[in-house]
Design a protein around this ligand. Sequence first.
Ligand code: SF4
Length: 322
Amino acid sequence: MQKEEFTGLCGEFAFLKNHELTRAILPIVESHLAKHNQEKLPVVWIETNDSGDNNISFMNTTYPYLGRVFTDMIDLLYSNTFMAAQGREALGILDQVAETYKGKFTLVVEGAIPKRENGLYNIIARTENRLITALEAVSWLGQRAEYVVAAGTCASFGGPSAARPNITGSVGVREVLDREVINVSGCPVNPDWFVGTLAHLLMYGRPELDNLGRPTLFYGFTVHRHCQRRSYFDNNDFAQKLGDIECMFSLGCMGPRTRADCPYRQWINYVSWPVKANTPCIGCTNEDFPDGSMPFFTPMPEKEKTGGSGREKIKPTEGCKE
Ligand code: SF4
């Protein structure tokens, strides 16, 4: 399959028809691997400062199911979350794969990187003589990886781990690496965004990225663009309270300034998403999440008055036409 066809399958119109990307992804990957006599994508996955929500979301991948991702798509060489090995044995595996697969593996980082106190707020391993911080491990592995993928908003931009007062000095992965990082943001990341990005790396290499390093395949448009309640917004018909059927811009919906394809891709096996479940979008894929979305459920002009963002002035209709 040509890259353009794959990109088309990820897009809004193909997806609106029948979730074509997710249903087709494994056969596409399998035929690509067979045709090009290629290995699966070698992956080293480091979990750092986060809640673990992204690997749980990843485990909810449906097309393909998790087992098929492991058997047919990626070669998970190290993961401090998924692997059975622990302690010295696990650290030995990490050393070995970083050397054997140098320049060939994809580093997935899930979580922010604490920088304060030289990274001491997040220890990922300890040896007889010293502690190994997430800061040290990610810096070291990042120099050896072919691609670096940040899974979730903490890894991408700092996210909740870096929210005020950020006592650990947490930052996104790109702040500690002098190289490109592919940011697959979301709190948590949608399994399709993550698996689709890995599939793209395997078959075509680096995907096209937006100005925040996110694949445009999944973050090309605002949530607002395809929202089921958009006609209410256009008619200035706003909800008064949660549960009302009108547009929830009045209740603090961040859809107009949040890029993601939630309205048509949806979550939990393509069943629902926040607005469909009667709650406003809280902007979890944004660079300034969560501080820029706070206080939640407060209309955006009110957020400006209360200084909710602290990082930027919110423009309520930014991106409405995209
Ligand atoms: S403001 Fe929110 S609820 Fe209203 S149309 Fe936009 S995304 Fe939908």
